[in-house]
Design a protein around this ligand. Structure first.
Ligand code: NAI
Length: 450
């Protein structure tokens, strides 16, 4: 599923033609490759200048320890790989001018696929209206900046909850994710770090080493990409899909040196079978990725019971039942991680998808309500909401509708299954343990419902 247009306009004649005609010029995105530098150039780190620079100073020390080339002041005309704005001590909207306008002077010096990342506090816990206004202002600012950046550059934000610092493990985990090529198709988004728990991996290229992970719907598409990415990151895999997809499932299992479990996830004892298989074949279970999903689109006026019930049953009913079995089993790891695949349809709605959007909205509600249940033993649960991803599903959309849907985001292109998989792999890692009950959109800042 290639986007030939993006390749055509990225160099030579195609590039010149698109420029002349004012056509969209999507960039070829920087995607993660093991061994490549975290950031493709020096990092400009700016504090709020509010007199309390402790958060920025501590972070600068950590970044230097990662081997990054950190600047506290931009050098004239020097190309930058990233700008980090540490705004954790903002107390009033007027505090934003200093760092934001300083960063503005360097925006034209960003290398292609550079990153802008803000680190600030959640407005929910602000003690005064002025503090809340300053913090919430960062939300509008960042989402707007993400729409202004070009050449594959992205802007994302990290929100710190009470007691969480700029160098807490999951703040650093989220920062590494946003700076790296793993977040290529994540743009204009925020991740909230709610607790100071978590641990950065000793080997940054194998953050899931020693973990056993289950991926549902893994015979093809996004699920197969998730299995490959978790395997690359060091996990041992159980791949699950319906018996009819058995051959493809076996091929994926072989590729990731894992085991295949042919199972309809709507079956009554699906959760128990997953646990039993993981225990017997791998001696444990640490990570569950609820990816399997179906669409049965119809306008609600034409909707029948079978379309409605099958979508609700596969996309959310099965997840609720499997989670219940996992939690009741007492065998689901000491620090379990669950990541569910939602959809931007479940957030913004989509014509012809009332059943699908209800199921995906349901995933988001389920994730938020399950987070406290897993917190007791250091577990976490999050959702990833993909936008337009280049898969067999989206390849079937008629050409004109597909072209519009594909370009209607800040990066002017569809994402790849691997982009969704990268976000899931991050949220499944111990570096993200302090992030729970969250929904991360992987949509290139889709303009619909953004
Ligand atoms: P896909 O249709 O290519 O793959 C889904 C897989 O789930 C298939 O292998 C299928 O056999 C399996 N599956 C379906 N029902 C099952 C059941 N009852 N038990 C076990 N396995 C079952 O879909 P794709 O595009 O890879 O989507 C994966 C997930 O991402 C789904 O949850 C989908 O809703 C979601 N998503 C996809 C987007 C896209 O642009 N492709 C956008 C937003 C969300």
């Amino acid at each position: 599923m290639t986007d030939k247009y993006t390749l055509f306009v990225s160099h030579g004649f195609g590039k010149d033609l698109a420029k002349k005609l004012g056509l969209p010029q999507p960039a070829v995105l920087r995607r993660y490759k093991a061994g490549e530098p975290l950031v493709p150039g020096p990092v400009l780190l700016l504090g709020s200048g509010n007199g309390n620079a402790a958060g920025a100073d501590e972070l600068a020390a950590v970044l230097l320890g990662w081997g990054l080339d950190v600047r506290r002041n931009a050098l004239p005309k020097e190309k930058l790989g990233a700008i980090i704005l540490v705004l954790d001590d903002v107390e009033h909207p007027q505090d934003l001018a200093g760092p934001v306008l300083t960063a503005a002077q360097s925006l034209r010096d960003l290398v292609p696929c550079a990153r802008v990342v803000t680190i600030s506090r959640t407005s929910a816990s602000a003690e005064t209206p002025a503090v809340a206004a300053g913090r919430q202002g960062i939300d509008g600012l960042l989402r707007s900046l993400a729409k202004e950046l070009r050449a594959g550059a992205t802007a994302n934000g990290i929100l710190l909850g009470d007691g969480v610092g700029t160098t807490s493990p999951s703040t650093l985990g989220a920062l590494r994710f946003f700076l790296s090529g793993r977040s290529a198709f994540v743009d204009g988004q925020f991740l909230t770090v709610t607790t100071g728990v978590g641990q950065l991996p000793t080997d940054a290229d194998r953050p899931l080493a020693g973990k056993v992970a289950v991926v549902t719907g893994a015979a093809r598409g996004i699920g197969a990409a998730i299995a490959r990415t978790l395997y690359r990151d060091g996990a041992r895999l159980v791949v699950v899909d319906i018996p009819a997809a058995g051959d493809h499932l076996a091929a994926v299992a072989n590729e990731v040196h894992g085991t295949a479990l042919q199972l309809d996830i709507t079956a009554e004892h699906a959760g128990e079978r997953i646990i039993a298989h993981a225990m017997e074949r791998h001696g444990g279970l640490d990570i569950v990725i609820h990816n399997a999903g179906i669409t049965r689109d119809k306008l609600l006026a034409n909707m029948d019971e079978s379309r409605w019930n099958s979508v609700i049953g596969v996309n959310i009913g099965s997840q609720l039942r499997i989670n219940e079995a996992l939690l009741a089993s007492g065998r689901f790891s000491k620090a379990p991680r669950i990541v569910s695949v939602a959809s931007t349809s479940g957030i913004a709605g989509n014509r012809g998808q009332t059943n699908y959007a209800a199921s995906k909205g349901g995933v988001i509600g389920m994730v938020r309500a399950t987070a406290p249940l897993l917190a007791e033993n250091g577990g976490s649960i999050n959702a990833v909401a993909p936008g337009f991803i280049e898969t067999e599903m989206t390849a079937r959309i008629p050409f004109a509708t597909r072209e519009v849907a594909r370009r209607l985001n800040s990066l002017q292109q569809g994402g790849r299954p691997g982009d969704v998989a990268e976000a899931i792999a991050f949220l499944a890692s111990d570096a993200a343990a302090g992030i729970s009950g969250e929904v991360l959109r992987v949509c290139g800042q889709n303009l619909v419902g953004a």
